[in-house]
Ligand binder design. Sequence first.
Ligand code: FMN
Length: 260
Amino acid sequence: MNREINIYVFSGTGNTLLVANKISETFNLNGFNSTVLKMESVEPEDIDLSRSVGIGFTTAFWNTYPFVRSWIQNLPDGNGTETFLFTTMGDSSCGMIAHIAKILEKKNYKIVGAKGFIMPNNFLLVLKDKKNKERIEKTLATAQEYAKGIINSNGYIKKTNFFSSVAFCFSSFVTTKLWNTKLAKRIMKFKTDKNKCNKCGLCATLCPTENIEIKDIPQFKDKCIFCLRCVSYCPQQAMSNKILLKTYRGSTAGEMKWKK
Ligand SMILES: Cc1cc2nc3c(=O)[nH]c(=O)nc-3n(C[C@H](O)[C@H](O)[C@H](O)COP(=O)(O)O)c2cc1C
């Protein structure tokens, strides 16, 4: 591995950021120079191929957000750059990371690791804080081992299989086509409670797609990817929709604003 590493991360509610930071910390403790960068702040064509590359992102509907997939699809030819991947999920990604690894291999990236990590669910099945803490602790230890494996040139690489191939095709269709239907958007659309909102603007600052404009209260445009960042970090708990019952935060709002 090149001793200089950039890790590009998309994290909706902070879980993937926690794993990225643990992996980065492990590299740095072992004499590497690793930096965690925000995927949404770097154009794919601007990634630094003179350094090793890490790419981490949230699992969404057995896949990942179309924004993440297109960021990956738009990366330049990798020229053999050593690259590792990771995703975080509440339960299962149906082997999605192995398919993203294949996409990158076709683009001439040398995959040295590809793994999914179970973290607390941030959507629908949000567990109690104690259970979430236990899960995070266990997973961060696994993330550390994963990084050590990469350092020792035996990084874990998830393989594709028939089941995961079917799941990936199906979930790619769902996340690009069905997700954009009017019905899906209506079900997922957030509303702001005027009486709770104090117009602090944190939702707009944190939104990765600049989908929120603060007028009288936050107004949502049409670019929501449903990462749940706005609703999860709202200090007034002023946002809701038809299906979200409980919110979750893996990192603090300050940590989510990290700039690099
Ligand atoms: C829209 C949406 C879809 C999700 N789909 C899945 C899924 O298919 N499988 C799964 O195990 N977890 C799923 N999750 C849970 C997240 O993948 C999991 O909590 C993840 O660690 C969140 O990472 P983040 O905080 O970095 O965004 C989903 C979450 C959201 C918001």
